[in-house]
Design a protein. Sequence first.
Length: 108
Amino acid sequence: MIKSTINYKLIFRDILDQKYPEKRELCKPLLSKESLSTIDIIDLNKRIFGTVDEDTESFNQSHKAYSRPSVLYILDYQKKYKLNNSEVARHFKLSRHTLREWKKRYLV
């Protein structure tokens, strides 16, 4: 069985071409990457569609899933900038509990 993956680059390029051509330059650095991480996809989504109302943001936040490289990126970001769990949670819109669990799981 062949495992299929979602081609986010193609999806975002189509959206930019059809609906938001003025935002193409803003998104160009991320779309030029060889592969997109979860963080990149979230960032592209924010750049194209902007922020949403609080209820939608809350719903979307509770349904996010992070890959191992994305989790490690967030934990490295915390180390690099010497932030505590509350500051990182606020920056990436995560719960402090999630960060604590990631630290336990990935032994950072």
